[in-house]
Design a protein around this ligand. Structure first.
Ligand code: NAG
Ligand code: NAG
Length: 187
């Protein structure tokens, strides 16, 4: 850890910075530090599998609305997810990451979810990098757009949006497959 910090400090010194982290906290750092890194726009498509059924569900209801909430609306329900993200619509296709977080029924009038999740990638150079998606998901709309509000690793300073389209929804089990097109600006 100390070594990592040392290397970080040295690399900052060599890139002629205006702030050094000695006694003062915080210190201003020249944004040129990012200058050699070009901002990129990356588009990728993954399939998000919400699995409620079977022996190993990836989506579990953790909060049930109180009994005075009309059951038809479901308002207040919260599910925790650790959903596989695959390269194709088939659950058996290559898994490139997982969507970890929760979604909540945040609308009293329609099926409008609040989605809060990290896409954690496990594939190739993206392994370990994450993006954070947070937004409104009116699940019966054909296309739902949600903001990408941040990221880590290769997705530092990420911002962008996702577009979600339901591919499959099993009325009996509640299982769903949703196509996510992600457009993200990052360094
Ligand atoms: C996925 O793989 C499992 C186990 O190999 C198999 O039982 C299942 O039928 C496959 N599903 C599809 C949609 O191919
Ligand atoms: C991803 O990173 C983890 C932890 O560093 C490592 O165990 C794993 O083998 C890596 N996977 C790939 C596909 O590189």
């Amino acid at each position: 850890m100390a070594a990592v910090f040392y290397i970080f400090t040295i690399s900052l010194l060599f890139s002629s910075i205006s702030g050094e982290l000695h006694n003062d906290f915080p210190a201003e750092v020249d944004a040129k530090m990012l200058g050699s890194l070009k901002e990129k726009l990356t588009h990728f498509r993954v399939y998000w599998h919400d699995i409620l059924s079977g022996k190993k569900p990836t989506s579990v209801r953790i909060v049930k609305p109180p009994s005075n909430v009309p059951a038809s609306s479901g308002f207040g329900m919260i599910s925790m997810i650790d959903n596989p993200l695959t390269i194709g619509p088939d659950l058996n296709s290559t898994m490139v990451g997982r969507a970890q977080g929760f979604y909540a029924l945040a609308s009293q009038e329609e099926l409008g979810l609040l989605m809060t999740m990290n896409f954690v990638f496990i594939e190739g150079k993206y392994n370990g990098s994450t993006i954070t998606v947070m937004g409104r998901n009116a699940v019966f709309n054909k296309v739902r757009e949600m903001p990408v509000i941040g990221g880590s690793g290769l997705f530092r300073f990420a911002r962008g949006y996702v577009q979600a389209r339901t591919q499959m929804f099993d009325l009996k089990t509640g299982d769903a497959t949703v196509e996510y097109n992600v457009y993200v600006l990052h360094y």
